[in-house]
Design a protein around this ligand. Structure first.
Ligand code: SAH
Length: 185
């Protein structure tokens, strides 16, 4: 985490606060995730260098950059085109080149590149999206905040023998996962 320049992923006016441990606005009513919870999520995913990861909610591209360093390939879906475009530009400029970003509804995953060894969802959902479970490889792990808009529980799902095991981790608070429509900006 020390090697990813978080200041490159926040708005100009928040750059002096980029290394504090809290979320910050990134425009479009969205936020860059808090470093603490990002670290916890990445640790629980226990990524391997050979992993192909799916991220839902690219936002600033900050978590995408971290995933890019920890696994072989990152496929990231963002519903808001302006955010996807600026994340893509920042990642390219900084040399994170094993990343593909798609503008679309992340609750549907990215079937073209499935199955994934790991799935990280950066927005809160009341239920685990079934398409994401389907696109998880046998032995794969998915981490996501599950619950209503005001507070959620971080859950770690593992696919073992075709069944899904769920571990409840800790309380958290993310912006909501918006299903069904894409914001073309
Ligand atoms: N990890 C990102 C978090 C961004 S906030 C970061 O640190 O910058 C969550 C993001 O999820 C927002 O950018 C929001 O637009 C996006 N999002 C919400 N619903 C979505 C959906 N259904 N599909 C894809 N992205 C979605």
């Amino acid at each position: 985490m020390g090697s990813v320049p978080r200041h490159e992923f926040v708005l100009e006016e928040f750059r002096d606060r980029a290394y504090e441990d809290y979320p910050l606005p990134i425009g479009e009513g969205q936020t860059i995730s808090q470093p603490y919870i990002v670290a916890a999520m990445l640790e629980h995913l226990a990524l391997r260098e050979s992993d192909r990861a799916l991220e839902v909610g690219t936002g600033s591209g900050y978590v995408t950059a971290l995933l890019s360093m920890l696994c072989a390939q990152v496929f990231s879906v963002e519903r808001c085109a302006p955010l996807a475009n600026s994340a893509r530009a920042a990642l390219l400029r900084l040399g994170y080149n094993n990343v593909a970003i798609h503008v679309g509804d992340g609750t549907l995953g990215w079937s073209e590149f499935a199955p994934f060894d790991a799935i990280l969802v950066s927005a809160a959902t009341p239920e685990v999206p079934p398409a994401l479970v389907e696109q998880l490889r046998e032995g794969g792990r998915m981490i996501l905040p599950v619950g209503p808009a005001w507070s959620q529980e971080l859950q770690l799902l593992s696919k073992v023998g075709g069944r899904v095991e769920v571990r409840m981790l800790e309380g958290c608070r993310f912006v909501p996962l918006v299903g069904g429509r894409v914001d073309s900006g």
